[in-house]
Ligand binder design. Structure first.
Ligand SMILES: C[S@@+](CC[C@H](N)C(=O)[O-])C[C@H]1O[C@@H](n2cnc3c(N)ncnc32)[C@H](O)[C@@H]1O
Length: 357
């Protein structure tokens, strides 16, 4: 029991980091470059936020008129539910006429921007109005789900520990979204089918980023990315690739250059391509490529047909190893297996892709 509580507290702590303004700006600008009216007359919901801290709220509030927004709603999660021990309400909260010492710890907050409150003839961050939510601001609550249903677009960096649930909550709504997650989520059984069917794709500015720690300072996270179902230009730019013959002759990767051919898996009808830039442009069969290929994925150039990951029914396997064949059978069955110098070896999880016909 104590261990479970400890694990929960650790998870909650790991969920507590904030996105930098410049990272939000860079990503959002990519959607605007592709469609300048992408946010026009739209209601945007920013759940799992903390408007007193969050750069998401700041960014969209500052650009309310610029983007032609109809309404901006931002909600935060109650401190007590976050399981944070050392916490003080901000001056913003305590000096507000709406401050309630009882609700301060237990209730989430809602911030709304839709009208000129200050009377300066423009709508901006100074016109944000707030109150306590009835509940703790959990995105799964009826209260926040109702806000989801009112919104056109949902944008946030949700708690990574609840990423699967958050994606299911979004997909239930049928709404457009732009969210941050871990790149490993691609292989989740709840997420991969959505990627495969082009219901979700990667945003533009993925990769290592620094997030703001609540106690001050930054924390580097190497593997985060944006997930969205709103179109942007990058995903329609095909990768520039060499042919198979050119790769075998000139590739910068020693595993490819000078070889007679690409290695074929022992348990998938596909070839192993260990680097995205080594994908041969003229191969018509199935190829196992690194998960990070997804950052460069252009649906007009390739189709994603599976993944070589444990328990994944999209594996399209040709063979299951048995104990009689090799003591490594468990490891080999988890992923794509190749033979190197006569020895069977398991590879990293790979996306199985094929050139678009
Ligand atoms: C990764 S942080 C991001 C915060 C903010 N969106 C940003 O990017 O700056 C995720 C936030 O979700 C909150 N959170 C955790 N569980 C939640 C839940 N069930 N419902 C709503 N928010 C939750 C955490 O307390 C945390 O503040």
């Amino acid at each position: 029991m104590a261990n479970t509580n400890l694990a929960k507290a650790k998870e909650a702590k790991n969920d507590e980091f904030y996105t930098q303004y410049a990272d939000i700006q860079k990503e959002i600008n990519a959607y605007l470059d592709y469609n300048p009216d992408v946010f026009r007359d739209k209601t945007i919901l920013l759940p799992c936020d903390d408007p007193e801290w969050s750069n998401f709220t700041k960014f969209f509030a500052q650009n309310f008129e610029n983007f032609g927004l109809k309404k901006l709603i931002s909600t935060s999660y109650a401190v007590e539910s976050k399981k944070i021990k050392s916490w003080q309400p901000t001056l913003f909260e305590t000096e507000s006429p709406y401050y309630d010492a009882d609700k301060s710890r237990t209730n989430g907050k809602i911030f709304v921007l839709e009208r000129d409150v200050t009377g300066d003839n423009r709508i901006d961050i100074n016109d944000l109005e707030w109150q306590y939510l009835k509940g703790d601001g959990d995105f799964r609550s009826k209260e926040v789900t109702k806000l989801r249903d009112e919104a056109d677009i949902i944008i946030t960096n949700p708690p990574f520990s609840l990423f699967r649930e958050f994606v299911a909550w979004l997909m239930d709504s049928g709404k457009q979204f732009i969210i941050i997650g871990n790149m490993n989520a691609v292989s989740y059984k709840e997420v991969f089918p959505l990627i495969k069917n082009n219901c979700i794709w990667f945003g533009v500015s993925n990769g290592a980023k620094e997030y703001i720690k609540p106690e001050g300072g930054f924390m580097k996270m190497g593997n985060t990315c944006w997930y969205s179902n709103i179109d942007h230009g990058r995903r329609h730019q095909p990768l520039k690739l060499m042919t198979m013959a050119e790769n075998l002759k000139h590739s910068k990767h020693k595993e490819i250059r000078g070889q007679k051919e690409y290695i074929h898996y022992e348990n998938y009808d596909a070839i192993e391509v260990p680097y995205t830039d080594a994908i041969p442009s003229d191969y018509d069969g199935v190829m196992g490529v690194p998960i990070s290929f997804i950052e460069k994925y252009c649906p007009e150039q390739f189709e994603i047909i599976g993944i070589t990951d444990r328990g994944n029914k999209y594996g399209i396997k040709t063979k299951e190893f048995t104990l009689e064949e090799t003591p490594l059978y468990c490891d080999l069955n988890r992923r794509g297996a190749i033979k190197v110098d006569g020895q069977l070896k398991s590879t990293f999880a790979r996306l199985l892709i094929r050139k678009k016909q």
